[in-house]
Design a protein around this ligand. Structure first.
Ligand code: GLC
Length: 596
């Protein structure tokens, strides 16, 4: 069997050696990396090796129309991993094929940035279970045809991670795992060009550590210490932990905040070329040791920067990326009843190479950051700042006529920047309609919600829901009563799964049933051959700015969908005999829209 590993390694070895030596020029650590890989291969179970072979023979497995995903917190959904394993029927009922569990590795309590402050990359947090529970869960999921995705928080550790504790105790080996500075000279130089991620909740990029008497680079929260990837030990240690997760049966690795992992004075410290070297090496490591495992990049960047994270077809990096810009544009189009920016964005993404693949999502555990394409806004005569202010006020329900209920996140008075929080249902108007007992408003809200889900399901890639969206879960305002959560408004959409409301999914006439059925129809739609991995998706025309028209094509068939982003019936004029002649124009528009 080791022959299999050797054969795979020999396919990649030249490039791996070259990239590693270019970055680190350290043969000892290169050998350590290969040793780590070989050992992980030896330890990989027979069952997982069988999966590796199956997927090597079927590399398109994650690009099929049946892919349907969900993301959730273990504790909020079920309590712990064992309990979650007991609730798989709920996931199977939705025919899910992909489950992203929010970070579940050992973390400090109560401040852990939703699990993104990791204390050990190789141990499940005791509050959620054990490594054995995780392995049992992945096996059960695999049997049910569901791939488990977990985060690899690459950029930082908790300041209570063993490496950080040793650094604090004065161990210089471990201080070299981080970016530590005796005075402000270099930190000040960095601050000149490094933007802030949390200007409001965690200002600045450095934190003073009294025990070490040094400044530590902390891009995110003060208790999240950035790892120093200039140190080959850090890269090799992370590879070891990643392979450990893969051997527990994790099939998709979400590489968290990956654009930030390489730092360079005089730059924004984002998207630097060395980041791509590291991601490319990671991809090769997986292809050698556990080719069933794929990489999902968390790259919250404009399409320009995004494309690079796919690498090239010959030297690929991530298998898939979050479709951040389309997510933001969907919400923008909904509030403005104008699809022009969204269409431009979709057209821009269509110029990416064929192997690009997206995780399409409306909501996740994070905020909506209003990163729209400013050049395109200028071209359309939209003032980017005013439009952004419109959007965040609209979605906090403060703009006249807004149907939404939500909250701001990291409002920065200096720049006028803010992001938005809230569940899909509350942002679409369900919460307000229920409060006001307005039946008609509720119907409109549900239509909006399904409209957005329909677009997502139609796009290139696969749709991933935030758990609770399928039953229209509302904002959880009670987070404000919990001192550990109150400061972070992202907790508005991170509340306990409502099992009582979920029961209503089978009762016709309930809002839960409407959404549940709507999503089931979308899954059914995706069984069509137009959703084959190599099908194309393009936009059509621009006759009516309230209607998005998408065309899906595979060898034998074409599907056209109209999405009406306004509350009024719309007509979409086309003079194309091709479009008019199609038997199968599906109006996925929850509001009427027709071709005339
Ligand atoms: C990612 C996570 C976010 C977290 C950040 C820092 O962006 O999605 O929730 O705060 O990384 O780890």
């Amino acid at each position: 069997m080791t022959d299999v590993f050797s054969a795979r390694l020999s396919r990649h070895e030249d490039e791996l050696d070259w990239l590693f030596m270019e970055l680190y020029n350290d043969r000892w650590w290169l050998n350590a990396l290969k040793h780590t890989m070989g050992q992980a291969y030896e330890e990989r179970s027979k069952e997982l090796k069988r999966l590796d072979s199956a997927r090597e023979a079927d590399p398109d497995w994650y690009r099929r129309g049946n892919m349907f995903g969900m993301t959730m917190y273990t504790d909020l959904f079920a309590g712990d991993l064992k309990a979650l394993a007991g609730k798989l029927s709920y996931l199977k009922e939705q025919k899910l094929t992909y489950l992203h569990l929010m970070p579940l590795l050992k973390m400090p309590h109560p401040h852990n940035d939703g699990g993104y402050a990791v204390e050990s990359f190789e141990e499940v947090d005791p509050a959620l279970g054990t490594n054995e529970d995780l392995a049992a869960l992945t096996a059960k999921l695999r049997k049910a045809g569901i791939s488990l995705c977990l985060d690899v928080v690459m950029n930082h550790t908790a300041d209570t991670h063993e490496w950080a504790m040793r650094a604090k105790a004065g161990d210089s080996t471990y201080q070299a795992y981080y970016h530590c500075f005796e005075d402000r000279t270099i930190p000040d130089q960095y601050e000149r060009t490094m933007p802030q991620v949390f200007p409001n909740t965690a200002p600045g990029n450095f934190t003073w550590n009294e025990e070490m008497h040094q400044w530590v680079l902390t891009t995110f929260h003060p208790y999240q210490w950035d790892l120093n990837y200039r140190n080959p030990a850090v890269f090799v240690e992370m590879v070891k932990s990643i392979l450990h997760l893969a051997n527990l049966g994790v099939e998709v690795l979400r590489i968290d905040a990956v654009p930030y992992i390489w730092k360079e004075l005089g730059t924004s410290c984002r998207n630097l070329p060395q980041v791509h070297t590291i991601v490319r090496m990671l991809r090769m490591v997986l292809e050698c040791v556990c080719p069933a495992v794929i990489l999902k990049g968390e790259v919250v960047m404009a399409p320009r920067e995004l494309a690079a994270y796919y690498g090239t077809p010959e030297k690929p990096e991530c298998h898939m990326l979050y479709n951040v810009s389309v997510m933001v544009n969907l919400w923008s189009a909904l509030a403005s009843r104008d699809v022009r920016l969204l269409k431009a964005q979709l057209d821009a993404l269509n110029s990416l190479p064929e192997h690009c693949w997206f995780v399409n999502y409306l909501r996740c555990h994070d905020d909506i950051g209003w990163g729209l394409d400013e050049d395109e806004e200028h071209r359309l005569g939209i003032d980017p700042q005013l439009h952004k202010e419109y959007l965040y006020h609209f979605y906090e329900g403060k703009f006249p006529g807004s149907w939404a209920k939500g909250e701001l996140y990291n409002y920065d008075p200096a720049t006028g920047d803010a992001r938005s929080c809230g569940t899909a249902a509350s942002l679409c108007g369900v919460e307000k309609a229920l409060e006001e007992k307005d039946g008609q408003a509720l119907q409109l809200a549900l239509r909006r919600d399904l409209l957005l889900h329909s677009v997502m399901a139609f796009l290139k890639g696969f749709p991933m829901m935030n758990c609770g969206d399928e039953i229209g879960q509302l904002n959880g305002w009670d987070y404000k009563q919990d001192a550990a959560l109150a400061e972070d408004s992202r907790n508005l959409h991170r509340s306990k799964f409502d099992w009582t409301k979920a029961k209503r999914r089978s009762i016709p006439g309930t809002l839960q049933n409407t959404l549940w059925q709507g999503l089931a129809e979308l899954r059914q739609m995706r069984a069509d051959c137009c959703f084959a991995p190599d099908a194309s998706v393009t936009t059509w025309g621009a006759d009516n700015t309230a209607v998005l028209v998408l065309v899906r094509k595979c060898d034998e068939q074409t599907m056209v969908a109209l999405f009406n982003f306004s509350e009024q019936e719309q007509q979409f004029r086309v003079d194309s005999p091709f479009l008019l002649g199609l038997p199968d124009v599906v109006s996925l528009a929850p509001y009427e829209a027709k071709i005339v």
